[in-house]
Design a protein around this ligand. Sequence first.
Ligand code: NAP
Ligand code: 8YV
Length: 323
Amino acid sequence: MSRTDILMTAPMMPIVIEALDKAFTLHRLWEQSDQAAFLKDVGPRIRGIATSTLYGRLEASLLDRLPKAEIISSFGVGYDNVDAVEAGTRGIVVTNTPGVLDDEVADLAIGLLLATLRKIPQADRYLREGKWLKAPFPLSATLREKKVGIVGLGRIGKAIARRLAGFDVRIAYHGRTQQDDVAFTYHPTIVGLAEASDILIVITPGGASTKHLINAEALKALGSNGVLINVARGSVVDEQALIEALKSGTILSAGLDVYDDEPRVPQELIDLEHVVLLPHIASGSVHTRNAMGKLVADNLISWFDGKGPLTPVAETPYTGRAG
Ligand code: NAP
Ligand code: 8YV
């Protein structure tokens, strides 16, 4: 029996490549010098796709070349890199990697929050530059007695809230719907949450529904002692409005893991000494990236074993028709 043909759009971790090489015939799109000719030849045989944000957005134009595609297994819980609605209309199931990264991302969010408030990277630079020999490092802001607003109280937002409970802070949240089973105060508007918070931690999905949710008005509402932490997607924050707010003192500071046009970060942000900038590393430990990679491979293996997808996204629910 011939092996199932799978297309990998961009390089993935060895754990994914090894598992897929073992179970399927794996085709590596990024290694092809003439991708159009390659897709013309191999595209009609492809039944599964493994993709990640490294490839960029997986558009309908690629799916046009893959008429037998049944499943797209995407690396990462956020899948704004895949047009899942378009895939669904073609009968293609999309899967992501939820759950296995919650604790890692929540740990990083707390680390970034403390680094931003207490200026940990700045203090490290201060020591290395020999400035401590001349004067003590200036006193910083604090997490003591702060009100924290979580924007997006989902799997990761709740993992962040569990950690924050140990810091004795007041927690409130915003989302599209109030959750009956949580004790935190719900704010139906982002401005309402910002007004009631000293710190906003953003951990929603990206995409059209959250684009620029954090805009100039929300930043103004957060106020001059306010701190913004974004571990969601760059698109959720109006980056230009944020730069203006940081420059003018409309808010105090920000800690960012994600940006509008990654890996390019605006020079205006880089030039701001009171901001902490990370290169999208929230899930980036060997342990957690391996768990995410395993789930990418396991979704494809389960599908082609006829057992359905393990973690289909909401736009393409499993309807009992696995390959
Ligand atoms: P999740 O469990 O689906 O939670 C998402 C939360 O966002 C839900 O509480 C949802 O509540 C809220 N939400 C969705 N759309 C919204 C909207 N338009 N306005 C306001 N709130 C909205 O997802 P998760 O697993 O926690 O992951 C969340 C996101 O974090 C991912 O999609 C990804 O973009 C990002 N992420 C980033 C990194 C990183 O490396 N920096 C790592 C992992 C994840 P309602 O449905 O009530 O609105
Ligand atoms: C990944 C992420 O690093 O899961 C997500 O949504 O943003 C990160 O965990 C990213 O998807 C890598 O492609």
